[in-house]
Design a binder for this molecule. Structure first.
Ligand code: ZN
Length: 506
């Protein structure tokens, strides 16, 4: 055991080091936010210079000094309790230190170069719907990601090493089992809905919804569910996002479409869910893993909860629908609340993941998870990807893409080398449903509270159970602690089955 005073000193130095790195990261994130929301077009070169200078901070994350401080903390009694501040910080800093130091510079460079060219070729291929153009680049990307997995290390399953970037400590076997158990019941449910003969009245969204009124209502909803606008902002960008610039500064964006009410409204609820998570971290832990998201899946569970579990519920709209009708008298005055509710709970198979509903979305993700694990292991060759994609679309969703642009070329992820990312979306849906089911048990009359616009008890529940812990617990530990069991598909399936019964009578 290292000397305790020495260990404490190293721990303090380690904290200072990572906090400074986080501050540099937040400067870079602020530049990124500005680029998406405010930056004049001719500033591109200046911005790129600013980014490259800041990118040199990467050395801080691989510095031998950091490695030494980390080893000193790891070999001390400070980490005896695995859930202590020091142990959680050491564990997560070790994880990112390993990921940053285990890849040879030549491989990092090759990946950077390839991803620029692969992205270009993907954009061209998608435009022309010509998979052949992208095929050699995807092959190269898969090969490079195999090398990444081997450098980082794994116990036989390369996908584990890639998944770990987005879901720390998660395994392919565990995620695979949950998703497999979700698949058939969900395919059956979506099938019953499709043949129910009932169709949601989504045409009510094709009316005119003035932009200013949309913004006013979205801001009101965001603030009502707890977004602190004195510690955050809501702005406009082409691709909506949420960015955490540190304690007291969390920013979200959206985009408004006057001929569509739902995309901005539910988009803002979604990003507000992400923002609430980040506003819920404890300020004293700012810049450390104790003020960071457990994983992308847990992050997504927070956005999906407000967007879907709360935001599409009849309770929420008992409170909010009169406000929506007042905001859009022309579009909504002749629309009864139950018709509106059916429209926002539309479930129907479609070709494009990003436009799909909360039920079929998971089948889009499942297909991608199965395909990318098979590509990585070599069970599926890149050349056979379009065929495999179309076959699974037919099997799971009953629809066949007419071309690859609306099939296997629709998502940007693989062109960037992001293999292992897709499952985080459905993990988010699964976590959100399991958490919400528990919240419903823990909070008396949650439904009644939501229908009266009383969101505070749910926010407090999320803060205490999830937000305040940052990365103290890994995702599987968090789920176990909160819900008393491992992640299962049951809560999500039950939630979707209730909707299917209510709106489609199946
Ligand atoms: Zn999200």
């Amino acid at each position: 055991m290292a000397d305790m005073a020495d260990a404490r000193q190293n721990y303090q130095a380690l904290r200072t080091h990572i906090k400074e790195t986080a501050t540099l990261g937040s400067v870079s994130a602020l530049l990124g936010w500005d680029q998406e929301t405010q930056m004049p077009p001719r500033a591109a070169e200046t911005r790129s210079n600013q980014f490259s200078l800041l990118a040199r901070m990467h050395e801080r994350q691989t510095s031998p000094k950091l490695g030494e401080m980390l080893s000193a903390v790891e070999s001390s009694e400070l980490i005896q309790d695995p859930f202590s501040d020091a142990a959680a910080i050491a564990r997560e800093v070790r994880r990112s230190y390993n990921r940053a130091t285990k890849l040879p510079a030549t491989l990092v460079e090759e990946i950077a170069k390839t991803s620029v060219l692969a992205h270009q070729s993907w954009a061209e291929a998608r435009k022309a719907s010509a998979f052949k153009t992208f095929e050699p680049w995807l092959s190269k990307t898969v090969e490079l990601q195999r090398q990444v997995a081997d450098c980082i290390g794994h116990s036989g399953q390369r996908y584990d090493a890639l998944l770990d970037e987005y879901e720390p400590g998660e395994t392919t076997a565990r995620v695979g089992e949950v998703l497999r158990n979700l698949r058939q019941p969900l395919v059956d449910l979506v099938g019953r809905i499709s043949t129910s003969g009932k169709v949601a009245p989504v045409e009510i969204f094709d009316r005119r919804y003035p932009r200013d009124a949309q913004e006013k209502l979205a801001r009101e909803a965001s603030a009502a569910i707890g977004f602190d606008l004195s510690a955050g902002r809501l702005d406009v960008s082409v691709h909506p996002f949420c960015t955490d610039l540190g304690p007291g500064d969390v920013r979200i964006t959206t985009r408004y479409d006057e001929s569509d009410f739902s995309s901005a409204f539910f988009g803002v609820l979604h990003e507000t869910g992400h923002a609430l998570y980040e506003q819920g971290f404890l300020p004293e832990h700012g810049g450390t893993p104790l003020a960071a998201a457990v994983s992308l899946g847990i992050h997504e569970s927070q956005s999906r909860m407000w967007e879907n579990l709360v935001g599409r519920s009849s309770a929420f709209w008992r409170y909010f629908y009169p406000k929506a009708q007042a905001a859009f008298p022309d579009a909504l005055k002749d629309v009864a609340a139950d018709r509106f509710l059916f429209a926002i709970n539309d479930i129907r198979p479609s070709l494009i993941r990003t436009e799909s509903d909360e039920a079929t979305y998971n089948l889009h993700v499942l297909l991608r998870f199965e395909i990318e694990t098979a590509l990585l292991s070599g069970d599926l060759s890149v050349a056979d990807l379009p065929g495999a994609w179309n076959e699974k679309m037919k099997m799971y969703l009953g629809v066949a893409p007419p071309d690859d642009a609306r099939g296997c070329l629709q998502d940007v992820h693989w062109s960037h080398g992001a293999i292992g990312y897709f499952p985080t979306y459905t993990l988010g849906n699964l976590y959100s449903a399991q958490f919400f089911e528990q919240a419903t048990k823990d909070i008396p009359d949650l439904d009644g509270q939501l229908s009266r616009g009383q969101f505070e008890p749910l926010i407090q529940w999320l803060r205490q159970n999830i937000h305040e812990h940052g990365q103290r617990y890994r995702a599987n530990e968090l789920v176990q602690r909160i819900t008393g069991g491992p992640l299962k598909p049951d809560a999500l399936l039950n939630h979707l089955k209730r909707k299917a019964a209510e709106y489609y009578g199946v």
